[in-house]
Design a protein around this ligand. Structure first.
Ligand code: AHR
Length: 306
């Protein structure tokens, strides 16, 4: 409401250690597990108490998780919102309770909640840029000609919306680049495999797959192999994240490239809260600097990958 929009961002008092919540969206992939570990490691290192919840892939549960953190009167909440719209009530309830929220990795609908007003800031990757970089690599690798199957992330999530847009905006100037099918695989390996199987059957002329994350790309490799096609040769695959399995698939020649999306939020998340607690004005967005992995460097980074 208009009244909420006028109310101020909650403040916190400066303390040596904070008791903070981390509302995770799901734990069914290596990226999420690495993100959770990064938050837990940082809390331990600083001697902060971390109230951790896992919404297990349900936006409704994630709203309830945030409400339980509010009831426990944590000092601040780190929220990785599963979807852009359904988590708005959680952000607003925390604000009403006077508890600052920092959005981690995913964002909420910018027309419904604002950084610096409703939540402190968004910390994460530029998902539009990730999609653009994936598109740029594919155009170059395919010499501007490809029939593309797109495996989208979780419907209504900011990474799915923005990775789709960044990629589409880039390839639209290349007439030979066509998205022949596009469907959600919910950022999950097995769902990605199932969707890829169906879309490959319906589109036998597909020459490329753009997956919104590595887990779905790995699922697509399995679908291609089951269909008797050679991933990396018959069909070129590009995706996003930089997991160990993806880097190994690049080394094995089954996948072409992956745009890094770092899950290591612990240090930057806790530092930002300390700065906020110290009275500093925090910028509305803090964007991670991500790398790019392909045949040229996958070997160099696979051992340190998650
Ligand atoms: O929000 C970031 C995305 O969420 C990652 O790319 C994906 O693997 C995760 O589930």
């Amino acid at each position: 409401s208009a009244r909420e929009a006028l109310a101020q961002l909650p403040k916190i008092t400066k303390k040596d250690t904070y008791r903070v919540g981390f509302a995770q969206t799901e734990s069914n992939n290596p990226w999420r597990i690495a993100q959770t570990k990064s938050m837990q490691d940082e809390a331990k290192k600083r001697g902060w108490q971390l109230v951790y919840t896992d919404a297990a892939g349900s936006a409704a549960k994630q709203v309830a998780d945030v409400n339980s953190m509010i009831a426990q009167k944590v000092d601040a909440i780190f929220l990785a919102p599963r979807e852009e719209k359904p988590l708005i009530p959680a952000v607003m309830q925390a604000k009403r309770a006077g508890i600052p929220v920092i959005l981690l990795d995913r964002s909420v609908d910018p027309s419904l909640a604002k950084a610096g007003e409703d939540y402190v800031t968004f910390i994460g990757s530029d998902f539009i840029e990730e999609g653009r970089r994936a598109g740029e690599w594919l155009v170059k690798t395919m010499n501007g000609k490809a029939n593309i199957i797109e495996l989208q992330g979780t419907t209504g999530s900011s990474p799915a919306n923005d990775r789709r847009k960044g990629f589409a905006d880039f390839i639209k100037d290349h007439a030979g680049m066509k998205i022949v099918a596009s469907q959600s695989g919910d950022f999950a390996r097995d769902k990605g495999r199932q969707v890829a199987e169906t879309l490959l059957q319906a589109n036998p002329t597909a020459t490329a797959i753009y997956a919104h994350n590595d887990e779905m790309a790995i699922g697509a490799i399995a679908a291609l192999e089951a269909a008797g096609k050679k991933p990396g040769t018959d069909v070129t695959i590009v995706s996003i994240d930089g997991t160990r399995d993806a880097l190994q698939a690049i080394i094995d020649g089954k996948m072409g490239a992956t745009v890094e999306c770092s899950p290591f939020f612990g240090p930057i998340a806790f530092d930002t809260l300390v700065r906020f607690g110290g009275g500093e004005t925090i910028p509305p967005k803090i964007i991670n600097q991500d790398r790019f992995f392909d045949r040229a460097n996958a070997k160099q980074f696979v051992a340190e990958a998650y």
